[in-house]
Design a protein around this ligand. Structure first.
Ligand code: ADP
Ligand code: MG
Length: 234
């Protein structure tokens, strides 16, 4: 489903004339298969978010090859990436990234609005997704009227509504207490088990990483697969 080959990435920092290059990823290779939950673990600053930004086309690798669904997407331009992202990925972020002026329901509906889907279909789907994450009673609430865990459920519903091939989650429980974290992780596992939704989960936390079928560890710009399978495949 996703194949990453020999990815290199450096950030260029400093003012013009005094610029220097900071290598973050050196020869990163990995694959993600349909129906998996794959975790990427690494210390803060190890390059995890950089990997996610490369996979979703927000930044471009210095070298290497990225193949998604048998399509070579290495050289897509910005406009092509915007469409590709909307068609293929759902996103979950540490800080939920909900739109404050929209209700839970409207936040969930938004990706379909961006895709130009008609209102009736949009609303039907949004109802279904809100129900799936157990928030039917809160659909009219604005983000600031919801708990952190509820906001993350809204963002999961929003990620699911386009039926993406994969959900990319960057520290999805990083702002939650441990009880709420467990609830969100169990929702992710349930979606994976019941609907074979593929997840890439980025975290610095071993316990979170453990929900994956396998874990890739990023260290010194390199990526390695850790140990064996933590949990039995679903
Ligand atoms: N826009 C940027 N410009 C320069 N350096 C950056 C930028 N974004 C991240 N970095 C650096 O790249 C490294 C990896 O960052 P990041 O991928 O965000 O790490 P992680 O998500 O694992 O915490 C860090 O050392 C960070 O300081
Ligand atoms: Mg990060």
């Amino acid at each position: 489903m996703i194949k990453v080959e020999h990815l290199h990435y450096s950030y260029v920092i400093g003012k013009k004339g005094k610029q220097s290059s900071v290598p973050v990823l050196k020869d990163v290779c990995f694959e993600i298969n349909k129906g998996e939950i794959v975790s990427i673990i690494g210390r803060s600053g190890s390059g995890k978010s950089t990997v996610l930004n490369l996979l979703s086309g927000y930044i471009k690798a210095d070298s290497g090859k990225l193949t998604i669904n048998s399509t070579d997407v290495t050289d897509l331009n910005e406009k092509q990436w915007a469409k590709f992202r909307l068609d293929h990925f759902g996103f979950i972020f540490q800080n939920y990234e909900l739109i404050p002026g929209l209700t839970a329901f409207e936040n969930v509906e938004l990706p379909l609005t961006l895709k130009g889907i008609d209102r009736k279909t949009r609303e039907g789907k949004a109802h279904e997704m809100i129900q799936k994450v157990g928030l039917s009673e809160h659909k009219g609430h604005y983000p600031n009227e919801l708990s952190g865990g509820q906001q993350q459920r809204v963002s999961i519903a929003r990620a699911l509504i386009t039926e993406p091939m994969m959900i990319l989650a960057d520290e999805p429980t990083g702002s939650l207490d441990s009880e709420t974290e467990a609830e969100v992780l169990s929702l992710i596992k349930q979606l994976n088990k019941d609907q074979q939704i593929t997840f890439l989960i980025i975290t610095h936390d071993q316990e979170v990483a453990n929900i994956g079928n396998r874990t890739l560890k990023i260290h010194d710009g390199m990526m390695k697969q850790e140990g064996g399978v933590y949990f039995e495949a679903n």
